[in-house]
Design a protein around this ligand. Structure first.
Ligand SMILES: NCc1[nH]cc(CCC(=O)O)c1CC(=O)O
Length: 313
């Protein structure tokens, strides 16, 4: 089997992890590197329009037969389905929270007003602004390693990253604080991996299905239902986190979400619980309560159709 992966260190690490899981099932697999628009462009992430810039190239490669399966960070995957592609497995999720990586070991509360905090994510910008710490929130691009290098070079006082990315790269010691979801909710699907393959490969869909982790699937299903119902893309100021927790009558799904104006001044925050097997309905119910409270006015509209991609010469 050929496993298609982006060339970044994080992507090849994640893909290598999934390749090991497949080998444990007794199958042979090799990694094939595929470059994507998101890896080669240095334009701010939010100017691409639409979602899924990191994902389209891998899906194209799958449908062309250049590879048989692909591994993505689930948070990079648009919520609308892609014809011919099946999300075959969501393996056990890493800790979904964001972390702060700051100079001099500082925590968020210790950063003096005016500190330059690098993040290109409207979700992080709006939630950090809402804390009222007077931080100077500035754009940053590049992979995890280059962001940390820019911090070390003094371009920023701090940056915000997904804890999962640092953990997978073995660089968790760089983090100076794990951000509490009460302050900063992660992106829908953050910390989870998605293993995709062609829908017509029934045998492979079934094989990969054995790598699916139920509680992870339930949590990300609920989070992505919120994202879809709010018609928000990956660049929306929306944070959400679902977890399967032990309740009085067995396992329960618990989810919270926040939609914010970009300046953090306005927010709609909600939570919901329910049976694990009703993950999607719980997410949709939460989203509709958020819409009742005006969440749609906070979230800029994003196209729900896949972005138009340039024809290859
Ligand atoms: N935005 C890009 C992206 N997509 C997935 C991760 C990290 C890994 C994950 O969340 O699973 C990152 C980097 C980051 O946000 O720090």
């Amino acid at each position: 089997m050929r496993l298609g992966t982006r060339a970044s260190e994080l992507a090849t690490t994640q893909s290598g992890h999934v390749a090991d899981m497949i080998r444990e099932l007794g199958r042979e697999v090799e990694l094939v590197e595929i470059s994507t628009e998101g890896d080669t462009s240095t334009a701010p992430l939010t100017t691409f329009g639409g979602t899924g810039i990191f994902v389209s190239a891998l899906r194209d490669a799958l449908l062309r037969g250049d590879c048989d399966l692909a591994v993505h960070s689930l948070k990079d995957i648009p919520t609308y389905p892609h014809e011919g592609i099946t999300l075959a497995a969501t393996p056990p999720r890493e800790d979904a929270r964001d972390v702060l990586v700051a100079r001099d070991g500082l925590t968020l509360g210790e950063l003096p007003p005016g500190s330059r905090v690098g993040t290109g994510s409207p979700r992080r910008v709006s939630q950090l602004a809402a804390l009222g710490l007077g931080l100077d929130l500035v754009d940053i691009r590049g992979n995890v390693d280059s962001r940390i290098r820019k911090l070390r070079a003094g371009d920023y006082d701090a940056i915000v990253l997904a804890r999962a990315g640092l953990a997978r790269l073995g660089r968790l010691d760089e983090a100076t604080e794990v951000l509490d979801p009460i302050q900063v909710l992660p992106a829908p699907g953050q910390g989870a991996l998605a293993i995709e393959c062609r829908s017509e490969d029934a045998e492979l869909v079934a094989l990969l299905g054995s790598l699916d982790h139920g509680p992870t699937r339930a949590a990300v299903t609920a989070e992505r239902a919120v994202l879809a119902a709010l018609e928000a893309g990956c660049s929306a100021p929306l944070g959400t986190l679902a977890e399967v927790v032990e309740g009085d009558d067995g396992d329960e799904l618990w989810i919270r979400a926040a939609a914010l104006s970009l300046d953090g001044a306005l927010s709609v925050r909600k939570s919901a619980t329910g049976p694990v097997d009703q993950a999607e309905a719980i997410g949709l119910r939460l989203a509709s309560e958020m819409l009742d409270d005006g969440a749609a006015d906070l979230i800029p509209p994003t196209p729900q159709a896949p972005p138009v991609r340039k024809q290859q010469a």
